[in-house]
Design a protein around this ligand. Structure first.
Ligand SMILES: [Zn+2]
Ligand SMILES: [Zn+2]
Ligand SMILES: [Zn+2]
Length: 143
């Protein structure tokens, strides 16, 4: 099994940013990817522990911080919880709608924010690397 074909695009990004692909880092990434990218830190800890109990809590938290600093994931604070929910940022975007009645989360792809991002970069002289867009409302079952 060659290393190349087993690496996810996010693991490759991690390596290209100059970080070693340690077992802890790959396991945390796998857990996030296999869950569609909506997990609290407690859920990440729990699932990593089931896969490899030799990975300590501290290295899971360090990995979450590292992935956040590389914009591979972002912490969000749903349901006024103090524990962040980490979401994956495929291609630097993540968009969803949260139903305020049943807490269902509906993901969607096309945000149409490219023009706004370009305008912000121009006007504020910033370089944007990604965005997280969260809408609130009622889902089809609740409305
Ligand atoms: Zn989402
Ligand atoms: Zn709902
Ligand atoms: Zn977007």
């Amino acid at each position: 099994m060659s290393e190349i074909e087993t690496l996810s695009p996010r693991a490759i990004r991690l390596r290209e940013a100059g970080h070693k692909l340690t077992n802890a880092r790959l396991t945390v990434l796998n857990v996030l990817e296999n869950n569609g990218g909506h997990l609290t830190s407690a859920e990440v800890l729990d699932q990593v522990d089931k896969i490899d109990s030799s990975i300590g809590r501290a290295s899971v938290f360090r990995t979450l911080d590292l992935l956040t600093s590389l914009s591979i994931i972002r912490p969000t604070y749903m349901n006024s919880s103090m524990t962040p929910t980490y979401v994956l940022m495929p291609d630097g975007h993540h968009h969803h709608i949260v139903c305020t009645n049943c807490n269902r989360i509906i993901e969607f792809e096309n945000c149409g924010l490219g023009a706004i991002a370009a305008e912000l970069e121009e006007r504020l002289h910033v370089k944007l690397t990604g965005h997280l867009l969260e809408f609130y409302g009622l889902c089809d079952k609740c409305s």
